[in-house]
Ligand binder design. Structure first.
Ligand SMILES: [Zn+2]
Ligand SMILES: [Zn+2]
Length: 336
């Protein structure tokens, strides 16, 4: 029993370590370096040799080994282990897709027989997949800020006092589960619909299109958004894409930055919902929540959200209790 546990633990930790060298993973050395080169190129074009000095936060050992950053690493590993236990291995995307595939057919949805060329179907698939994936991320993130119950868990991500690319893993396992379900639901929805509507036309090429968009996103600074390098995409692109500077605004402790920039790739969702805030290369931002959770290690970060939910529950119960008491008193009051 203990022997099996040690083997499992060793395997999981080895996998976590090897993801640093896996070119398909966002925090692989490859993308960490690509982000640095991308930022250096853009900042050098804008500010000449001075551009290099703006990269300091990305290269500073003090930031990478800050107490807050060490909590990021703890949560990365601890969440990996916990979610490996909580998420059943059999719950693969293939199961979701086949379930939905038969569900659509039961609802009478079938081959559209449009005779479209495969290249067009491929383009449409990539576009739909990207839009549904990006919007579902936006809406779940938006809900995590708007609902006090969900915020209790999402505050873990916002408690980072310094940002490093590993802050992306600074989440509560409950948020990890929610985002796992989101990605399964959103991606399976699009894949299953295309499989039914365009049978025999969904091939590896479509998946390749999705991989290309992920690759471009990762190379063009996905890791910079969780870093101290303020980089906007310039006046034209900033309106359409979430730049690293915009996500850093999202992490700001300043009142005027609360509930701004929920998006991941497209800025249009934030503009539609009125939560968009432009980012600047010269912005100075303080990160964190100014709450005790900012100083907690991974165990505190795991437990505090449950404590906050309990406080919320007590508050709700006392409110409901008071309301019930008032209603009963009014009912008992004799009529004049
Ligand atoms: Zn957030
Ligand atoms: Zn973030």
């Amino acid at each position: 029993m203990i022997e099996n546990f040690v083997i499992w633990l060793g395997d999981e930790l080895a996998q976590a370590g090897s993801s640093l060298l896996d070119a398909s993973k966002r925090v692989s050395v490859f993308y960490l370096f690509a982000g640095l080169v991308f930022a250096w190129l853009v900042l050098t074009l804008r500010y000449g040799v001075q551009g290099w000095t703006r990269l300091k936060p990305y290269l500073s050992w003090r930031i990478w080994w800050h107490r807050s950053a060490r909590t990021d690493y703890q949560l990365w590993l601890a969440n990996r282990l916990l979610l490996a236990i909580l998420i059943p291995k059999g719950l693969t995307q293939a199961i979701w897709i086949s379930w939905l595939y038969f569900f659509w057919q039961e609802q009478g949805f079938s081959d559209l027989q449009l005779g479209w060329p495969t290249a067009l179907v491929m383009g449409l698939f990539t576009l739909c997949y990207f839009l549904v994936d990006d919007f579902s991320r936006f809406i779940v993130h938006w809900a995590m800020h708007k609902s006090p119950w969900l915020w209790a868990f999402h505050q873990v991500h916002h408690s980072a006092k310094v940002l490093t690319p590993f802050t992306v893993f600074r989440t509560h396992p409950v948020e990890g589960l929610l985002f796992f379900l989101r990605s399964m639901a959103a991606q399976s929805l699009v894949i299953s619909l295309f499989l039914v509507a365009f049978p025999n036309q969904v091939s590896l090429w479509q998946i390749f299109g999705v991989l290309v968009t992920t690759f471009v996103f990762n190379v063009l600074g996905a890791n910079l958004r969780h870093s101290g390098v303020a980089l906007s995409y310039g006046p034209r692109l900033e309106k359409w894409l979430i730049s690293p500077a915009q996500h850093q605004v999202h992490h700001s402790v300043a009142r005027q930055h609360y509930d701004r920039n929920f998006g991941v790739t497209l800025a249009v969702w934030d503009r539609l919902f009125g939560s968009w805030h432009v980012g600047h290369d010269d912005q100075r931002i303080e990160y964190g929540t100014h709450q005790a959770i900012d100083e907690m290690n991974f165990l505190g970060q795991w437990l505090q959200p449950f404590k906050d939910c309990l406080t919320l529950l007590k508050l709700k119960a006392s409110c409901v209790g008071r309301l019930l008491y008032k209603t009963l008193r009014q009912k008992k009051r004799p009529t004049q």
